[in-house]
Design a protein around this ligand. Structure first.
Ligand code: PLP
Length: 226
């Protein structure tokens, strides 16, 4: 049964307040009734990892929710979320960013994005490495984009209980964030978000400089039926 874990929600909110970080409640696979309950408990930032699920839930819930796309995004799905998405955390290629810019232009709006970095020592598929990040930010195509705003970086650490390793991975992302800000966004205060930390590692992520944590199972219960 799906229930809202109110005690966890309050504890996490408290910690976010202390660190001046934003909690994104990751509601993927959960019914809108449970999201509504979280909304009534004060949550305004919701994260989903599938474009069509995001598109289906958005009209069912209050208008002042900020919807975050946190999962891998295919270019042909951008159109489903372009009209309303608040922040896309998972930009992992110039091609995807181009499509977001195009769809944002069609909607006559600017879409906020984070660039997803590959930080895990384990071999996962998604995210940019340092060279790709540099190439993207120095490309002519990026310079021409008028309908996206790069607000920071996102990363997912290795799925491990090894605290030293998690800390190392988050520190490495924080360094990349600071360097990128200094080199490319020194005069732009919108480059300020560092999205890192999930249910298993968010306390470490906050200690290492996260400004945005993405928490699912601690708030909404496990998704082991999926
Ligand atoms: C599912 C998901 C989360 C939340 O995971 P939990 O361990 O349930 O907190 C965070 N980030 C991304 C990208 C996810 O897909």
């Amino acid at each position: 049964m799906d229930t809202l874990h109110t005690d966890n929600l309050h504890a996490i909110n408290q910690l976010c307040f202390q660190h001046e970080a934003t909690l994104v409640a990751v509601s993927k696979t959960k019914p809108v009734s449970l999201l509504q309950e979280a909304y009534e408990a004060g949550v305004r930032d919701f994260g989903e990892n599938k474009a069509q699920e995001l598109q289906a839930k958005q009209p069912e819930l209050p208008d002042d929710i900020r919807w975050h796309m946190i999962g891998h995004l295919q270019r042909n799905k951008v159109k489903y979320i372009a009209p309303f998405v608040h922040l896309i955390h998972s930009i992992d290629s110039l091609r995807l960013l181009k499509e977001v810019n195009k769809r944002a232009k069609n909607e006559d709006r600017t879409i906020n994005v984070l660039l997803q970095m590959h930080i895990a020592e384990e071999d996962t598929k998604f995210g940019l490495d340092q060279a790709e990040l540099k190439e993207l930010l120095e490309s002519e195509a990026y310079a021409q984009m008028e309908h996206i705003k790069v607000c920071g970086l996102m990363g997912m650490a290795t799925f491990t209980e090894d605290e030293a390793q998690l800390r190392r991975e988050f520190q490495s992302l924080k360094r990349t964030f600071d360097d990128t800000k200094a080199n490319y966004f020194a005069d732009e205060d919108h480059f300020k978000e560092l999205s890192m930390g999930m249910s298993g590692d968010y306390t470490i992520a906050l200690e290492e400089g996260s400004t945005m944590i993405r928490i699912g199972s601690l708030i909404f219960g496990s998704r082991d039926n999926h």
